[in-house]
Ligand binder design. Sequence first.
Ligand SMILES: [Zn+2]
Length: 208
Amino acid sequence: MRLPRSCCLCGAALDEGVLMCAPCQSGVTPQRGGAIGVRPQCVDEWCAPYDYVYPVDVLIRRLKYHGALYLAAPLSYELARCCKDSAVDGIVAIPQSTTAWRRRGYNPALEIARRVARAVGRPLWAQGLRRTRDARVQAGLGRVARQRNVGDLFACNMNVQGLWVAVVDDVSTSGATLSAVANVLKEQGARRVSAWVLAHTPAPDESI
Ligand SMILES: [Zn+2]
């Protein structure tokens, strides 16, 4: 696959084969070294290498909303590095709504999961989860409303009895989506659930 000939952030001319110019690349550093703020309920282990701030927020939005699928690999790199020693049995991605699928033609979370799974050498269970319906958009909702909104949104397509499952998503805000999925997996007998997320946005009510 050919990468663009200009820096994906500032537009500076580039040699082929790199994504960003050196100054922009230096801004894309993990913020937390894999640690994170508030852990979602039902999640045993929690990794999000980036804060959802510039320039990572710009890159993730391009991946999610502007078809920049070529960003999935470089964005997944740090997450894979954080999780490379994990002994999970397999990896699932948060499924997106049918509307989002029709609009994008791909699921950014699944594209990240695919690359992380390959890098860490664990199986990807691409159809492991499904949505039971389409939810209201989470953005703009408070923590309680978010939890209510996603509580019964996801179902498990496979037997996870006794398994350790990693759930991959692009961005986590309140953690409500990850909690809902982790809850479903635990109800289905999963032994352990890890949440692997590219970037974390502290919700307003999360900062102390
Ligand atoms: Zn640049």
